[in-house]
Write a protein that binds this ligand. Sequence first.
Ligand code: FES
Length: 167
Amino acid sequence: MTEEQEAIRQETRKVLKRFSKQRGNLVPILQQVQAQLGYIPLEAMVEVAEFLKIPEMDVYSVVTFYNQFRLNPPGKHSVRVCLGTACHMKGGYIVLDAWKRRLGIDQGETTPDHEFDLDTVACVGCCTMAPVTVVDNEAEGKTSPTRVDGILLSYQLEKDKEGKETK
Ligand code: FES
């Protein structure tokens, strides 16, 4: 077992101390694990299954059933494409495809450099700006594929600037 896997197991055990061994606690436990680690790693699922004395497959099924749970570690920046009704009507799926292509990942995944994670959300309450993408809690309106390029460019420039300042 790697150091990282051992650290995940230890963090998960800390969360488990707050719960009794009842199967009904599965979802609240997973929510707390995610709050602690930012996602639900496989090692955490194994710990939870052992704790509740249930098959690992049952834990995995719950994690993959609810889209509140992430199977991948969060990126430095979160990208959430709104697919609520208004955004859907104004091309939300085209925007999602643009993000997927530009980042080279699918929804629910994180870029290999851990800079961005991509997912979808339901209405975020600013339908007049549809289609909307929320990047790091900032709502970006009228997110055409060209706008996606612009947003990514601004993050790249910011990263380049940070790199120069730390040299
Ligand atoms: S549907 Fe996207 S903000 Fe309302």
